[in-house]
Structures are given as C-alpha cells and as structure tokens.
Design a protein around this ligand. Structure first.
Ligand code: SF4
Length: 361
C-alpha cells in the first residue's frame, strides 16, 4: 500500500490527566496508522486508553486531560472533480480545539459514534463536558427534533438545500433501521428507545459521508439483528466513499468481522499489533492470548467456565515496575518482567509486540 493511502498517522501520542492524586498517563506513546478505505480495530479492557486516543484524534480530550506529546497527522486531500488531488498534511495536535479548521474536520471529515450517551454517560466527565460534546459533535440534544439535528449536520458539511438535507436524513434513518422514518424524523430523542437514539446518532455520523469514522463501542446498546444491519451499512459506505474506520470495542466477535488490522491496548500502551487473521490465529502477547481465551467458542462444553484474565487492572497512580502487565501474566519471568520495561518489537512483516519473551527475536 502506498503512503498516499495513509489518512491519519498517530506518532508517539501521549495524553495525560494531571489530577490532585497525581498524573494519569491515559495514552502513553501510542503510534498507529489509519488507511483510506480500511478498518483498524482497537481492543482492550475499559480504561486502557482506546477512547482517549479517539478523542485526541478529534482534538477533544476532556479537561483536565491534555495531549502532552507526539503528533496526529491528518492527510487531507483537496481537489478532485477534474482538478489534481493535492494532499495537505494537518497536525491536529497543533490546532485550536475550538478553531474553524478542527470544527470542519470534526463531524464532517472525521465522524464519531459514541456509545448510547443517555445510557452510558462516561463517569470521568462532568455533565458540562457531556453537553459541550453534544454541541461539538452532534450528540443528540433532548429538546430538539432528531430530524432538525440531522438536517443541520448535513447542511453544515454538504452543499445541499434544506429539503434535500431532509430527504437525505429520512433515507439515513431508513438505512439504520428506524421504522417509519418519515414520521420519526420529527420525533424528539425522549420519544425514541435507547437503541433508536443510538441508531439516530449513527445516522448523524454517517450522513456527512466522512473520510474516517471513529466508532467507539457503537453497537453495544443494540440487539444483534440491528447490530448486523449497522455493520453492513458501515461496510457499504466504506466501499462507496472509501471511508476509513477506526473501530473501538471490547467485543472481539465484532472486531473479527470488521477489522483488517488490530491494535491491542493495555494501560495506555499498545501491546500487540497485527493483521486480524494473524492476531486471532497466532496471538503472541500473553494479554492478547488471555483476551482471546475469554471468548465463548462453538464446541465448548456447556458447563465449562470461560477463562478470565487473572487479577485486576492496576491503579494508574501506582503502576507496577517493569512490564505493567506482569502481576496478571501467566508467562511472568521473575527478576526480568518486574524490572525491565519491554520495548516495541517487530516480530513479523506486519506483526509487533511489547513483551520480553520476544526481546531476542
Ligand atoms: Fe508477561 Fe513478561 Fe511479557 Fe510482560 S514482559 S507480558 S510479564 S512475559
């Protein structure tokens, strides 16, 4: 794949929260590349830094967090329609988070779907932050009709009349499986179920045909048939507008179906990265292996218990020395893993791992 296929490049990203108790390194030296028209999966337990990476890409890390290092390069193509395509490289970390350019990019060129917000408010955010996010990223606002919110978003990012925007809105509601979209377009969010609100948010994010979609646990609140419909819709858009997807989830079944490449994160760092096939069939990091062992498999005896990862996620203010995963690791090497910090090693043409078992490879 040529470098022209790169849409977003995250280099050595660091996001920290400076709070009374100390500094939390929410993202600690993460590097990844999102390619046009491809899907990158990001997996890991809650609090591993997946969502904060997504927010950093949109330059909307909530306070008191901030980006303290690294860069996020957005390769924006301008031209087309007979004119030559020129690639403009924008360092998102250098943009004013409230400025004109990032507001054009957010929602229009890089769309984001969060979990259903009314059923999953993020505990580290204040109510004010949630409302700010709603306004900035077109989350649903309870006192406005969903159609108005959709039409406004479409008109902000596409050159269409109000009537055309309303028709696109109705069509998008139909595509995400909202029954009677011609009527529901005039409903208020509180008149819809949680699953329907989530589908409206997905319609809002997809209606602008973004170059990249960041989907953060987008289908967690939905039942499996609607989930399948939404995943099909994402794939359809990916083909028609060459949309890149960064799919963040702890649902390994969904990621196996959607992603071509997967990054596994633990305590703010990436611990393994490989093609989806290689990661599922030949996982190398003990954490990835433990995650995969915790998925139910067809053929497993019905009364057999699923494996779980031993121990707890460590306290972010008192991280263990050496490899941060060592207190939970089944391959722990005393005197080595609790002393040496593992580096990021390439172990195959498209396979990287952060583990002392592979230091010599
Ligand atoms: Fe386990 Fe040691 Fe590898 Fe960490 S470095 S994952 S503790 S084997």
């Amino acid at each position: 794949m040529s470098s022209g296929d790169t849409l977003v490049e995250v280099k050595d990203l660091k996001v920290e929260f400076d709070v009374r108790e100390g500094i939390i390194k929410a993202v600690d030296g993460l590097s990844l590349t999102v390619k046009r028209g491809r899907t990158l999966g990001v997996i890991g337990e809650s609090g591993c830094g997946k969502s904060m990476t997504a927010r950093a890409i949109l330059n909307m890390v909530p306070k008191p967090g901030k980006i303290t290092g690294g860069e996020i390069l957005y390769y924006r193509q301008v031209g087309g329609n007979g004119k030559p395509l020129i690639t403009d490289v924008i360092n998102i970390t250098k943009l004013d988070p409230d400025g004109e350019l990032i507001r054009q990019i957010r929602g229009g060129e890089i769309g984001m779907i969060f979990q259903e917000p009314m059923s999953s408010l993020t505990p580290v955010y204040t109510a004010g932050t949630h409302i700010n996010e709603a306004v900035t990223l077109h989350r649903l606002i309870p006192i406005r009709k969903v159609g108005d919110q959709l039409v406004e978003t479409i008109q902000a990012h596409r050159k269409v009349s109000k009537q055309e925007a309303r028709e696109i809105a109705i069509e998008m509601l139909r595509k995400v499986g909202i029954p009677k979209p011609e009527q529901r377009v005039d409903a208020y969010p509180h008149q819809l179920s949680g699953g329907q609100r989530q589908r409206v948010m997905i319609a809002v994010a997809l209606s602008c045909e973004p170059k990249m979609l960041i989907a953060d646990e987008p289908t967690t609140a939905l039942d499996v048939s609607i989930e399948a419909q939404i995943l099909d819709l994402m794939r359809e858009l990916q083909e028609t507008v060459d949309m890149a997807i960064m799919f963040i989830t702890h649902n390994l079944g969904v990621i196996a179906e959607m992603a071509e490449e997967i990054v596994v994160m633990y305590m703010g760092k990436q611990v393994e990265q490989a093609s989806a096939v290689e990661l599922f069939y030949e996982p190398q990091h003990p954490y990835t292996r433990a995650l995969l062992q915790s998925i139910p498999h067809v053929g497993k005896k019905s009364r057999q218990r699923l494996a779980s990862i031993a121990g707890m996620v460590p306290d972010p203010f008192h991280l263990p020395p050496g490899c941060v995963f060592h207190p939970r690791c089944s391959s722990f090497m005393p005197g080595k893993c609790d002393v040496i910090v593992p580096g990021w090693k390439q172990i195959g043409p498209n396979h990287w791992v952060r583990c002392l078992l592979y230091e010599e490879v």
